[in-house]
Design a protein around this ligand. Structure first.
Ligand SMILES: [Fe+2]
Ligand SMILES: [Fe+2]
Length: 267
């Protein structure tokens, strides 16, 4: 059954700060863009969790095994919560999960794929890279969880009620992952035995994280902002991230890597 929707009235509700719920009629453009954002997040959360799993076993001590297991559980919970949002919108989430290989990782750690897509799933492409060392795992927390935090911050007041409520708890858990990274980076960067390796891992993961935010002024981002699904331009989010990580990294004695933009037009 097709429902006629007064787009202007819908937009005005959003502009007044009203939240949209799953069972309401919504303009196609709103629904499609919302589903796209949710699928990108759901796929990233699930592939993120799968990439962390081996690190329960490989973590350096029993305390860290527990912390990594907790992080895996958080990411699976995030994937579950966002997939629930998708399910309420009529998406067959289990079929999507069955069709994609979320455990897939690039074989070569040395390959830099820039903003290239590797598979048909919608994960942010940083999740295609393998985590090969404990320092990589820590840098993933330090760089990528912080980057994800900045992106989620942009959706903390999203117009879509179920997503906005889910993001609120997800955001708090992501901040715990960032803290885990911060504590370890400080330790590894200050120890002469691990300083060099930490700097190298920082260069690798910082660059990859800078590529997740998308092109400045992208047409799609303008549409997200129109519907209050996002608040800021991609570049503004990226620069907020860069400023914060620069402060942290410098405090730990790390040098900021040079980042050359390689934008993904599809984001
Ligand atoms: Fe997450
Ligand atoms: Fe996380």
């Amino acid at each position: 059954m097709s429902v006629t929707i007064d787009e202007q009235a819908f937009l005005e509700r959003i502009q007044r700060g009203e939240k949209i719920e799953a069972d309401e009629p919504m303009p196609d453009e709103y629904r499609q863009n919302l589903i796209n954002l949710l699928e990108m997040q759901a796929d990233s959360e699930l592939s993120g969790a799968y990439g962390y799993i081996p690190w329960i076993e490989k973590a350096p001590n029993i305390h860290e095994k527990l912390l990594v297991a907790q992080i895996v559980k958080d990411e699976i919970r995030h994937a579950y919560a966002i997939n629930k949002c998708l399910e309420e919108l009529g998406v067959d989430v289990n079929q999507r999960i069955e069709e994609q290989d979320f455990a897939y990782r690039l074989a070569e750690d040395t390959a830099d794929i820039g903003t290239e897509r590797v598979k048909r799933d919608k994960r942010v492409n940083i999740f295609y890279y393998p985590i090969e060392t404990w320092t990589d795992f820590i840098m993933f927390n330090f760089c990528m969880d912080r980057g994800a935090g900045h992106q989620l911050e942009d959706a903390l007041d999203s117009s879509y009620g179920p997503w906005q409520r889910a993001i609120n708890t997800i955001f708090k858990e992501e901040m715990m992952h960032v803290n885990h990274g911060d504590t370890w980076v400080e330790k590894l960067a200050k120890d002469p035995a691990t300083r060099q390796e930490t700097q190298e891992a920082f260069e690798k993961w910082f660059t990859r994280t800078m590529n997740i935010f998308g092109r400045p002024g992208s047409k799609r981002n303008v549409v997200y902002q129109k519907w209050h699904l996002k608040k800021r331009d991609n570049d503004e989010v990226r620069e907020g991230y860069r400023a914060e990580i620069e402060t942290k990294a410098t405090q730990c004695g790390l040098k900021m890597p040079v980042w050359i933009p390689d934008y993904d037009e599809a984001v």
